[in-house]
Design a protein. Structure first.
Length: 138
């Protein structure tokens, strides 16, 4: 479960298939960002999913701290940035999680079926909003 409660208007933004960028940390402390799909789970955690060969996965295993910025479609000024930790990494053996993400964003199952995937769940410790999301945060 998340440590930071979201008001309803933020939950509405997070529940939509908006663009997002995740930041992880290399072993030397250098932040690395990449666009990503995400899905807000019922327990308040945020699901992300990676190909088994992504360096980001190595970085998360070494240091689970992340920042995720979700940008409202059509209004990049309205966004929420959430900081927290990836508290669980699990093999997505049947590709169920990446399919959930792909259905959320594209309306169809994930196309690449021959690569292993890993799911990660982010627990949000604090967040802040901007634009229409600016009035709250921790």
């Amino acid at each position: 479960m998340t440590d930071a409660a979201f008001p309803q208007h933020v939950l509405d933004l997070l529940a939509a298939p908006n663009p997002a960028v995740i930041a992880t940390l290399r072993p030397d402390g250098q932040p690395v960002t990449v666009a990503t799909w995400y899905l807000l789970e019922d327990d308040g955690r945020i699901l992300v999913n990676m190909d088994e060969g992504r360096k980001r996965l190595d970085y998360l295993r070494a240091d689970p701290r992340v920042s995720l910025t979700i940008v409202a479609v059509g209004d990049w000024y309205t966004h929420v940035s959430a900081q927290g930790r990836v508290v669980d990494l699990q093999e997505d053996t049947d590709l169920a999680d990446i399919d959930r993400l792909s259905l959320h964003y594209r309306g169809e199952p994930y196309r690449v079926r021959d690569r292993a995937r890993v799911s990660g769940w982010i627990t949000v410790e604090r967040w802040h909003g901007w634009g229409a999301m600016k009035d709250a945060g921790t």
